[in-house]
Every structure is written in structure tokens, then in C-alpha cells.
Ligand binder design. Structure first.
Ligand code: ADP
Ligand code: ZN
Length: 665
């Protein structure tokens, strides 16, 4: 037998693989996709076979220690997908592979796990609806692609309640009937319990569900069920895109615009883009669904790269809720005091709650007051490590930093001028809840934000109580923006619609439009109709004005022009290079050195910066950015790797590269 060699990827952050010799003494024969033990420095490490070779590429490669797996952990398609991720997202092949498997498999052999008893969720089975005309047209096209294994990206644009989920369900049923399996990505399971329930009610125990808080052993069990062909449909957050199906027939990405599809740690992949790549390799359709598609996806649909399909009506002839703008500038001109809830919203709230209806009030800031300042000298209480204002939490009687969780006792005297009249300003969810209790003392009000949602079950508990009408009003952060469908909710309030607009981020308009649309979609789901109140200081801003009119196309037309003018995505791709360290001058010196190294070596790019990050000081680290604009990510990532090879930075300085970042901070 001729000597053979294997090329092994490791989880190390290095842009290369390592070659080892096969001795023939391994427990199992080496094949692509199996885990191996390799000698590395003076230790034994775990690695993944990505290639088999006949020739040695270096002199006398070291022998493998052993082959761990009887059958491969990764199919060749996943090995190739990981290679693509490495070339696009600036990570190592092994880092990409390790993102695809449960943690247990990264740590070694242990393949037997005790079956953990998860609480049985009883879901009543449901039957498919007769599709309406619009739904049927979409289904015909998708089903045809499933039938003949044709790759196509469908961008399914439909307002909330227009029947998108029903399309996912029926298309999945088609795939299943063909003996294929499917993946449904959702932003975060705990935020979309109703979507998960609907899949369970249709497909029962053929479903495997993943969520981010799941124990590793439970993840491994679900992974095994998929491998063994017992589960045919996976519903889960971004990492579910790596489910090890061999007979994949359809991928669905629900709420495709959601930022949570982007991983903010290495590998910094976007699950939607990985989904499209996986579907293309496999020759299958993928459905991207949203009421507010990302500019990137809609632009590609406009160019004809994706098939745009639209649902224009709510099912069951339910009207979209009536949206009322409340101009807060007028509000404060005509009344004294600074309550966070406008008079019109307060009146409507009283009216609806007294009629035994329900309301959701949205504000994307937790805590009571968002800053503490001295009216005499203007001093603002800030976190020393993050340089951001401390938020007053009334229940805990503490000032808390929302970035690093630093806590301090409230002070009575200004640390700067010793003045004695410190004031709390800016409103958080606690304050809104307090105000509502003043307006409507008899109302049962609950808060839903990460302060109240400390236990895993608290979420479903509050939603259950709301469903049983033991709660009248929920005040919450983005936790209540998605997926909730309660027929008695007739009023939805957005306390500060422009909170996002002032952020230094090219996506702030998009975020604002999305938020108003999503939150507004929670109203009027039943027969009682619904009303949405949007409080704003800039009612004329196109993101707000078009959201109020439910007009995505109008928003897109304006937003895309501004992106074109300013050269932002989708017209270019961005790569954010962040350097951080505890010594301010050191970071500055090193980022300048990196900039000098990069400039001239990446002719296809525009380099911006280096500049202090909008989040300049975070958890004790100073942060600087270089922003790269490119039209060819793979080429730029290649050049970046080459430039980095010879780049030496000082100790105590850390570097992160984020391709297609979600924010510039
Ligand atoms: P979306 O996912 O776009 O928000 P859904 O699929 O959840 O929309 O549909 C909204 C509501 O209409 C759901 O309660 C769903 O069960 C119902 N529905 C969906 N399709 C139909 C149909 N063809 N006929 C009747 N009801 C439908
Ligand atoms: Zn802090």
C-alpha cells in the first residue's frame, strides 16, 4: 500500500492546514470529514481531515496519532462550505468547521450522552389551509424547484399576517413528500415561540428544534437525530444552517433582515448568506421571507438575481392597523411637564383597556432613566470603562452600565461641581410602566425586557398570562417586536420612534423602518381592529413617514439612493477592522502601522480611517477602526491574509476582522 497523507484543518486562527502521514495503525481508516488526533507542538490536538493526498508536501510529515470517527462528522459538502466561509469571512478552515458542530464533538471522543428529559410540549396537530391565489402562485414556483432540484433564491416579501409562514409550512410538506429534509431559520426561538409551535403542529416528531440557550448535550442529541435520519426538519437560529442533512430539499430564512443572523464572534458569518451558498451548492431553492427585506436582498431581487414574490393582502381580509403619528414637538409646546406618554396615546390606552382589550407598548431601552446629569455644570454620570452614560434602575436603586454591567450607588451630589440637584433624564421601560400605572391604576401591567427575563421560563410565563388576559398591557423592548399574535391587542404604542435615527450608522434608517413596521404588525390581528401610535420628533423623516403608510417600496427607493450616493452596501461590501487595547497610544500606533501596511496592497479597495470607533471606549478597551470598502470580498480577504502574514502587532493589542458588519461601532 502506498503511503498516504491527510491535510488537516484545526480550530487555530491560522490561515493554513497541516499535513500528516497515515500509518495504517489508526483505529479507523482516514477519510474526508473525520476527526483526527494530531501531534501539535508537544501536545495532542483535535483536527479535521479536509483532503487526502498521495504526495508529501513537506519533508517527512509527522504521523497521525489516531482517527476518532468511524463515520465522518462532516459531509464533503460541509467541508467545501467551510472552505468558502474561510475565503469570505476571514477565518480559518477549522474555525468554520467548528462552528458547524455541537461543542461535545470539538472536545474529543465522548459520543454517548445521557438523554436529557425535556419537558413535553403538547401541540395540537393542525391541517394546512387552502392557499389563497397569491400563496398558491408562490407555492407552485417553489414546489417546481423542489421537484426538479433547481436552485433559486425566492425573496418572499409580505406584510405581517399575509400568510408567509403558511407557505413555508406547505413548501416543507412538499419537500418531505419527496423524501427530502429542510431547514427553517428563525431569528431567536424564544422570541418566535408561535412559529415553532406551528411547525410542530404540522410535522410532529419529525421536527428538531435548536435554541441558543440549549445545553450542549441536548444539541448533540438533536444533531444525532438529524444524522440518523430521524428528524427531517430543523427549526433553529443561525447555527441551524449547519444541520448535517444529506438529502436537503429546501431552506427557509424567516425574517431574513434580522441582525441576529450575523454571528459577532469568529467565524463572523451571516446565516442568510451561508444558506444561499449551501442551497446553490446543493441545487435547491431557498426562501427568504420578510415584511421588511434587507436592502441587500431587495436590491438583488431588483437586479433579477433573486425571484421577488410578494403577498399584498393580509389573510382573512384583516386590515392593516391604522398608524397615527404623534409629533412630540407639538406635544411639549402645548403642555407642561415631560411625561413620556403623549395625551392622545394615554386617552386611547384608557379607552381600550376599559373595553377589556389589550396593548403592547414598545421602547427599546430598559431601566428607568437613561442618564443622570447635573443641571448646574452639565456633568453626566458615565461608566469609567465604557465612557457611556449610566442608566438608573429604580427597582435595584442602582446606576448600571448597559455595556459592561458596572454598577454604582446613585449619588446625591455632583462629583464635578458639588451641586446638589442631580436630575434623571431619558426614559426606559421601567419609567414607562410606572407612568402607565399612574394613567390607569386598575390596569395589570407587565414588563418584558432582559431585566425581567432572567429565568428561561419567565418569557413564556408572561406571554401565557397575557394570552389568558391576566395581563392587560406589556411594556417591553425588542423582545415584544416580533412574532406575537394576540387577537385582543388593539393598541400598539411606540414611545420613541427616532431613538435609532441619531446613531452614526448607515443602517439606522433601515432599523427604524423595520422596527415601526414590526411593532405595528402586532396590532389588529383579531376581529377588533387595531391602532398604532408612533411618537416621534422627526415625523417628516422618510423612514418614519413610509413606515406609517406601510410602504416598503417607497422607503426602499429613497434609502437605496442614499446608499448609492454614500457608497454603502449593497453597492459595496464593508470590512471592519477593529483594534483594541487598554493603552490608548499603543492602539493608535498599531492601527496606523496596520493602515500603512494595507494601503497600496489592496488596489481593489477604498480604505477609510483609521478612526476612533463610535464605541470608542468599551469595557476598558480603547477601540479604533479601519473600514474597507470593496466590490470583491474574496479578493480583498485574500490580500488581507497576505498583508497580515508579515504584520507584527504589539502585545496587549487585539485585532478583529468583520466582513459585512452589522454596525460600524
Ligand atoms: P405571516 O407569516 O406572513 O405573518 P401567517 O402565515 O402567520 O402570515 O398567516 C397569518 C394568519 O392567517 C395565520 O393565523 C394563519 O394561520 C392564517 N392563514 C394563512 N394562510 C391562510 C389561508 N390560505 N387561509 C386562511 N387562513 C390562513
Ligand atoms: Zn461599562
Amino acid at each position: 500500500m502506498p503511503q498516504k497523507y491527510v491535510e488537516v484543518a484545526t480550530g487555530l486562527p491560522v490561515d493554513r492546514t497541516f499535513q500528516y502521514a497515515v500509518t495504517g495503525k489508526e483505529t479507523y481508516p482516514p477519510t474526508i470529514g473525520k476527526r483526527v488526533l494530531i501531534p501539535f507542538r508537544s501536545m495532542t490536538r483535535i483536527g479535521y481531515i479536509v483532503k487526502i493526498e498521495d504526495e508529501a508536501v513537506c519533508e517527512d510529515p509527522k504521523p497521525l496519532v489516531d482517527v476518532i470517527d468511524q463515520s465522518p462528522v462532516f459531509g464533503e459538502d460541509m467541508i467545501n462550505l467551510a472552505e468558502w466561509m474561510k475565503n469570505y469571512y476571514y477565518c480559518s478552515w477549522g474555525e468554520a468547521l467548528e462552528a458547524m458542530i455541537p461543542g461535545i464533538l470539538k472536545r474529543g471522543k465522548s459520543a454517548s450522552v445521557q438523554r436529557v428529559v425535556e419537558p413535553e410540549i403538547k401541540v395540537e396537530p393542525t391541517e394546512p389551509f387552502e392557499p389563497n391565489k397569491e400563496q398558491q402562485e408562490v407555492l407552485n414556483e417553489v414546489n417546481k424547484c423542489i421537484d426538479v432540484s433547481e436552485h433559486k433564491v425566492f425573496l418572499l416579501h409580505g406584510i405581517t399576517g399575509s400568510g408567509k409562514t403558511e407557505i413555508y409550512l406547505q413548501a416543507m410538506a412538499t419537500a418531505l413528500a419527496k423524501g427530502k429534509s429542510g431547514i427553517v431559520l428563525v431569528p431567536e426561538i424564544s422570541l418566535t415561540p408561535q412559529t415553532v409551535e406551528r411547525f410542530m403542529s404540522r410535522f410532529g416528531d419529525k421536527i428538531a428544534v435548536f435554541h441558543s440557550k440549549m445545553l450542549d448535550s441536548a444539541k448533540f442529541l438533536e444533531w444525532t437525530r438529524i444524522k440518523e435520519g430521524k428528524a427531517k426538519i430543523v427549526v433553529g437560529p443561525r447555527s441551524a444552517i449547519f444541520s448535517p442533512f444529506e438529502d436537503l430539499g429546501l431552506i427557509v430564512v424567516d425574517e431574513e433582515h434580522e441582525p441576529s443572523y450575523k454571528q459577532d464572534d469568529v467565524p463572523r458569518y451571516h446565516a442568510r448568506e451561508v444558506a444561499i451558498k449551501r442551497a446553490r451548492d446543493k441545487g435547491i431553492p431557498v426562501i427568504l421571507g420578510s415584511a421588511t427585506p434587507s436592502l441587500e436582498s431587495f436590491h438583488r431581487a431588483m437586479k433579477g438575481e433573486y425571484r421577488l414574490v410578494e403577498l399584498t393582502q393580509r389573510t382573512e381580509e384583516k386590515e392593516l392597523p391604522n398608524v397615527k403619528l404623534v409629533d412630540m414637538r407639538m406635544e411639549f409646546e402645548t403642555r407642561t411637564g415631560r411625561d413620556v406618554i403623549s395625551r392622545v396615546m394615554a386617552e386611547a390606552l384608557k379607552r381600550d383597556i376599559r373595553k377589556k382589550q389589550q396593548a403592547l407598548i414598545f421602547l427599546n431601552r430598559r431601566g428607568f432613566s437613561t442618564f443622570t446629569s447635573c443641571p448646574k455644570c452639565g456633568y453626566i454620570m458615565k461608566c469609567k470603562k465604557c465612557d457611556s452614560p449610566l442608566v438608573f434602575h429604580k427597582e435595584k436603586e442602582q446606576l448600571i452600565c448597559h455595556y459592561c454591567n458596572f454598577r454604582a450607588e446613585p449619588v446625591e451630589v455632583c462629583p464635578a461641581c458639588k451641586g446638589e440637584s442631580l436630575k434623571y433624564g431619558g426614559a426606559g421601560t421601567q419609567k414607562v410602566a410606572t407612568e402607565i400605572k399612574k394613567i390607569l391604576p386598575e390596569a395589570r401591567v407587565a414588563r418584558m425586557d432582559s431585566d425581567t427575563m432572567t429565568k428561561r421560563a419567565s418569557h413564556s410565563k408572561i406571554l401565557g398570562e397575557f394570552k389568558n388576559h391576566e395581563i392587560d398591557i406589556i411594556v417591553g423592548t425588542q423582545m415584544i417586536a416580533k412574532g406575537l399574535d394576540f387577537p385582543k391587542v388593539t393598541l400598539v404604542g411606540v414611545i420613541a420612534a427616532d431613538a435609532n435615527l441619531n446613531l452614526p450608522d448607515f443602517r439606522s434608517g433601515e432599523r427604524t423602518f423595520n422596527l415601526i413596521t414590526q411593532v405595528g404588525g402586532r396590532a389588529g390581528r383579531g376581529d377588533l381592529g387595531g391602532e398604532v401610535f408612533v411618537q416621534t420628533y422627526t415625523p417628516e423623516h422618510y423612514a418614519i413617514a413610509s413606515a406609517v403608510k406601510h410602504n416598503y417600496h417607497k422607503f426602499y427607493d429613497q434609502e437605496i439612493e442614499s446608499r448609492r450616493d454614500l457608497e454603502f452596501p449593497p453597492f459595496v461590501n464593508l470590512i471592519k477592522i477593529t483594534m483594541r487595547g487598554r493603552k490608548e497610544e499603543k492602539v493608535e500606533k498599531n492601527i496606523q502601522k496596520l493602515y500603512d501596511k494595507l494601503s497600496g496592497r489592496m488596489p481593489e479597495t477604498k480604505l477609510l480611517g483609521p478612526a476612533p470607533s463610535p464605541l470608542y471606549k468599551l469595557k476598558g478597551y480603547y477601540r479604533w477602526n479601519i473600514i474597507v470598502k470593496t466590490k470583491d470580498v474574496v479578493e480583498t480577504v485574500k490580500n488581507l491574509h497576505a498583508a497580515m502574514n508579515g504584520f507584527r502587532k504589539d502585545g496587549g493589542v487585539f485585532l478583529a476582522v468583520d466582513v459585512d458588519p452589522m454596525s460600524l461601532g
